[in-house]
Design a protein around this ligand. Structure first.
Ligand SMILES: Cc1ncc(COP(=O)(O)O)c(C=O)c1O
Length: 437
């Protein structure tokens, strides 16, 4: 394998080579560009707000590794911390001071969490949080919402049945129907359905898992009445409220989305929180946490088993810790939020100018936009239309050096490394792209 051959290889050649040995040519399906069509870009390197593909084409990056790269790529402080940690050893399979430091740093920003367990992926964290909730409550039923993604554990790959009293159906082959019998799927932001579900089966519900700001159906906020009632019903019925903040955690605010809801709903706090992405700064690291009383159920203290060879990995924790230090600096989220808002406002203005219906929303460094007249409130309305327009817009932007998420149901991410000039260049590209739709 020579470096020269890599330098002259095209994305298409790499994709063909990848497809021979990796299913679909990718190690995570959305990377294959199936939703938008075309050839995935094989990334050679990334720095700051930019990624460079195998053909040397540079893109302004609005994926940020699907959320983690809140500082942009190759932030010097993070790089230095990772290099130092790598010199000290990759993995020990024994505890380290650094993992304690990272957990302390996370807990400091999230008052609902007294104890935390580190794992290696968001999937693992969400799956473990559900087992913990089931173990702590002695109940089996899990409630989730259509359009929220919590990783690819069996019990989570399910779509709603024909009514609340009917079983859901697996959305993936290989998931036995019996496995999803304990998962109930409801409509996001639908208070009535929530009431009905608790009235029907409240005593069996171990937990309700929800993305407080759903980033897996583009960008949809849980409404305040919905979140308020969700909290009340969980408390009334002894079910645990699990906030999946894998995407929103340390991304929409330093205190995560729960800090935003705590300002809007007096006394609001989740029972269990799930984190990932930003807390690892781009390394495989995630976590789930709760009160001490709930976390006591976990092995080795309690009967709920959970473990991991690479959990709390010393290089990953160094990366996460350095990232958290940077984003904890005064003014970080104000600046990031203002920049992201300017991008979303600019996209809406470009839509108006081009006569294309376009609405957007954002919080901190996370954003979404829809080719629609108003912001959707649930999965059905997110998916109601606009996909062809989105796909054309995606490619028109990519051709202009702007890399958006390659599917209309995915959120976008702005980093601290995006400059005003990058936002301007993006908006200029959007004006031109929208005119071609
Ligand atoms: C909200 C949410 N939960 C869980 C996951 C799963 O995380 P991972 O891909 O690290 O397994 C994701 C991934 O995008 C996510 O967005």
């Amino acid at each position: 394998m020579s470096t020269e051959s890599t330098a002259t290889t095209t994305n298409a050649q790499l994709f063909e080579r990848a497809q021979a040995v990796i299913p679909g040519g990718v190690n995570s399906p959305v990377r294959a560009f199936r939703a938008v069509g075309g050839t995935p870009r094989f990334i050679r390197s990334a720095q700051g707000a930019y990624m460079v593909d195998a053909e040397g084409q540079r893109y302004i990056d609005y994926i940020g590794s699907w959320g983690p790269m809140i500082l942009g790529h190759g932030h010097p402080a993070v790089l230095e911390a990772v290099q130092r940690a790598a010199n000290e050893g990759f993995s020990y399979g024994a505890p380290t001071e650094r993992e304690v430091e990272l957990v302390e740093a996370i807990i400091e920003q999230v008052p609902s969490v007294e104890q935390l367990r580190l794992v290696s992926s968001g999937t693992e964290a969400a799956m473990s949080a559900i087992r913990l909730a089931r173990g702590a409550t002695g109940r089996s039923l899990l409630v989730k919402f259509e359009g929220c993604y919590h990783g690819h554990a069996d019990a989570l790959l399910v779509k709603a049945g024909s009514g609340l009293a009917t079983f859901g159906h697996p959305t993936s082959a290989g998931v036995p129907a019996e496995v999803v019998q304990h998962t109930m799927v409801l409509e996001y932001n639908n208070v009535e359905q929530l009431e009905e579900a608790f009235a029907l089966q409240g005593a069996d519900i171990a937990c309700v898992m929800v993305e407080p700001i759903a980033g897996n159906m583009n960008f949809v906020r849980a409404s305040v009445p919905f979140m308020t009632r969700l909290r009340e019903l969980c408390t009334q019925h002894g079910a645990l409220l699990v906030l999946d903040e894998v995407m929103s955690g340390f991304r929409v605010a330093l205190g995560s989305a729960q800090s935003i809801y705590a300002k809007l709903i007096p006394g609001f706090r989740p029972d269990v929180s799930v984190f990932g992405k930003v807390i690892g700064g781009g390394m495989p690291l995630a976590a789930f946490g709760a009160s001490r009383a709930v976390m006591q159920h976990l092995a080795p203290l309690g009967p709920v088993y959970q473990a991991g060879t690479l959990s709390g990995n010393p290089v990953a924790t160094a990366c996460g810790l350095a990232t958290l230090r940077e984003i904890s600096k005064p003014g970080f989220f104000e600046a990031l939020g203002a920049k992201t808002r300017r991008l979303v406002d600019g996209l809406e203005a470009a839509g108006r100018e081009a006569g294309v219906p376009l609405v957007g929303d954002c919080e901190g460094g996370m954003f979404g936009f829809f080719f629609a007249g108003e912001l959707p409130q649930n999965y059905k309305t997110v998916m109601a239309g606009g996909s062809e327009r989105f796909n054309r817009f995606f490619h028109a932007m990519l051709d202009r050096g702007v890399y958006l998420a390659p599917a209309m149901y995915e959120a976008g991410f702005v980093s601290a490394a995006h400059s005003d000039a990058d936002i301007d260049a993006t908006l200029e590209a959007a004006h031109a792209a929208l005119r071609t739709l």
